[in-house]
Write a protein that binds this ligand. Structure first.
Ligand code: TXA
Ligand code: MG
Length: 332
């Protein structure tokens, strides 16, 4: 059974971290908190351990993973070379919700890259993750700790509920502060491009670089792992214009659906006829932090239909809209 490592020993964080590092060394899987979402970690240089991640998640083996490092100084050990752009972005945003895609060094097994010659790397900004990475010493390859295609976990409880015994050790570090995954930036080409919008905004990146980044690949399938349907709860998700959401909810409820509504901030006072309502916070930071919890909550309450509106697509709103679109995407 999964060792939760936090039963009555919350005080002994150092002990739990040492235990988790030991599990990694032994080829096991450790779920750990990051500032974005919980990761399902394995020793990046142990192909068998990496294989267990794919098994636990039910993820196709061609989907590349992210290698987590304890410090930016280690980057050079994991990639063929560190281009100037990568150095600049790492310096500015690490530790933080930014993942850089670079040409892989030979030590990175193809099992961790889904067979690609590039590798995705990041230094997470969470004290527990950093302590684990330091105690372990190597790179920890980790996707989000959820079943393939479903909603990413932002608490240890989410991980336990979803992965149960498939995880050897769950390191509880409370709930994640950012709440959506890292921004993935490909820095292998002439100019950087955003492969997935996330916790670091385009505006942040452009300010750091001093120039605009070209149209991103975020809404195209450029690599395996960027499927149109991802981040999806059990309930069907339908996107609705904010001014229509109250009427649509009532109509669907009338038709016999158990409707869950993401009520936009401007409509917080409106009387809503629905099965369950979550109030979308005004602040995009707060919305990102709550997003996956909202989806899980409405699932748990038994909603079969979730109506949501896209937030304004600037700043963190871009990542939130991207996840909502994918949650509403065609299911395979
Ligand atoms: O915030 C995050 O990034 C979280 C935490 C745990 O760090 N991790 C995460 O991992 O979201 P995951 O596996 O759910 O998403 C990683 C994505 C893959 O779906 C893939 O699209 C992209 O990273 N990726 C990984 N390696 C890549 C590569 N070599 N080239 C392009 N994209 C890559
Ligand atoms: Mg994921």
């Amino acid at each position: 059974t999964a060792q939760t490592g936090d039963l009555g020993d919350r005080g002994d964080l150092a002990g739990r971290i040492a235990q988790a590092a030991e599990v990694l060394r032994a080829g096991g899987l450790v779920a750990f908190p990051t500032e974005t979402v919980y990761g399902l970690g394995a020793n990046a240089e142990d192909p068998a351990a990496v294989g267990r991640i794919y098994q636990a998640k039910g993820r196709p083996p061609t989907h590349p993973l992210i290698v987590h490092l304890g410090s930016a100084e280690q980057l050079a050990d994991w990639v063929e070379e560190v281009p100037e752009t990568a150095r600049l972005l790492a310096e500015r945003f690490w530790p933080g919700p930014l993942t850089l895609v670079l040409r892989r060094a030979a030590r990175v097994p193809l099992e961790a890259t889904g067979g690609l010659e590039t590798v995705a790397v990041r230094v997470p900004d969470h004290p527990v993750a950093l302590a684990l990475l330091e105690a372990f010493g190597g790179g920890v390859t980790a996707p989000s700790a959820n079943r393939f295609g479903s909603v990413s976990p932002t608490t240890a409880e989410h991980v336990r509920t979803e992965l149960g015994d498939a995880v050897d050790f769950v390191l509880d570090g409370g709930s994640c502060q950012v709440g959506v995954e890292s921004t993935i930036v490909d820095v292998t080409g002439e100019t950087p491009s955003i492969l997935r919008p996330g916790g670091v905004t385009r505006e942040d990146l452009e300010e750091a670089l001093g120039y605009p980044i070209g149209e991103d690949g975020a809404n195209h399938i450029r690599v395996p792992g960027q499927h149109p349907s991802h981040y999806a709860p059990r309930a069907k998700v339908v996107l609705v214009e904010p001014e229509r959401i109250v009427a649509e909810a009532a109509a669907a409820q009338e038709q016999g659906h158990q409707v869950g509504v993401f009520l936009p901030p401007d409509y917080a006072e409106a009387p809503v006829k629905a099965y369950a309502v979550v109030e979308v916070p005004e602040s995009m930071d707060a919305y990102a932090r709550e997003l996956y919890g909202f989806l899980r909550e409405l699932d748990q309450l038994g909603c079969d239909l979730i109506l949501a509106s896209l937030p304004p697509e600037r700043g963190l709103g871009v990542a939130i809209a991207n996840r909502l679109r994918r949650a509403a995407g065609p299911r395979s």
